[in-house]
Design a binder for this molecule. Structure first.
Ligand code: 5RP
Length: 220
């Protein structure tokens, strides 16, 4: 069972005529964009903003109208994936490197629908490495500051070079941290000079759609 596709397609059912939609990033958001493309071909009238270059390209190829940010007051609904979701609907995001744009778009959204397979549901966040987007300038010092918080940061690499986000920044993945208080850690991280944003999404998810292996869905 493709639990990601199941959840993504269910969330797209909530999109209504005339809405402005935020398009997430990743393999689950991919299925949501595909399904939205089908609905647009069937005559649904929506407009969208995207959280990454790859999601924008996918949407445009499917005929989903992408509008400039300046033309959008509030986004009615954003659909995005997550790397972990806890029982309080707090999230870790950014495994795909798009956390900053995802958070900017989520913050402007009346509703954020998070779409996941059941394997992403956890009791406590942190088994998945927490991504932190940092500026390249003196990034070694920013890594030192993360180390001082006992966060075990490692610079994300790609082809032997630091991975570079759509915003020209680096990602530090913080491993092996059990996150009992996501709100406090979020504030601590964003207070470090050199940190642009972190992958904790605290009180941002409106609805979490969980696809299960038996083909059922849960909405929280
Ligand atoms: C990208 C993200 C993704 O939503 C997250 O990594 C989940 O990805 P996938 O749907 O491929 O499992 O936050 O920055």
């Amino acid at each position: 069972m493709n639990t990601k596709k199941l959840a993504a397609e269910r969330a797209v059912e909530a999109i209504e005529e005339g809405m402005t939609v935020g398009l997430g990033t990743g393999s689950t958001a991919y299925f949501a964009i595909e399904r939205l493309g089908q609905r647009v071909k069937e005559g649904l009238n929506v407009r969208a903003v995207a959280t990454s270059k790859r999601s924008e390209e996918q949407a445009l190829a499917l005929g989903i109208p992408i509008v400039p940010f300046a033309e959008v007051g509030q986004i009615d609904m954003t659909i995005d994936g997550a790397d972990e979701v806890d029982r309080n609907l707090q999230l870790i995001k950014g495994g795909g490197g798009a956390l900053l744009r995802e958070k900017i778009v989520a913050a402007r959204s009346a509703k954020m629908f998070v779409v996941v397979g059941e394997d992403k549901m956890v009791d406590t966040l942190g088994a998945f490495p927490l991504p932190v987007e940092i500026v390249p300038f003196a990034h070694e010092w920013t890594l030192d500051a993360l180390k001082a918080l006992q966060l075990n940061p490692g610079l994300r690499m790609e082809d032997g070079e630091p991975y570079v986000t759509d915003n020209g920044n680096y990602i530090a993945d913080c491993r092996g941290v059990s996150i009992d208080d996501p709100a406090s850690l979020h504030a601590e991280l964003n207070a470090i000079p050199g940190v642009v944003e972190n992958g904790l999404f605290v009180e941002m998810a409106h609805t979490v759609v969980v696809g299960r292996e038996d083909g059922s869905l849960d909405l929280f």
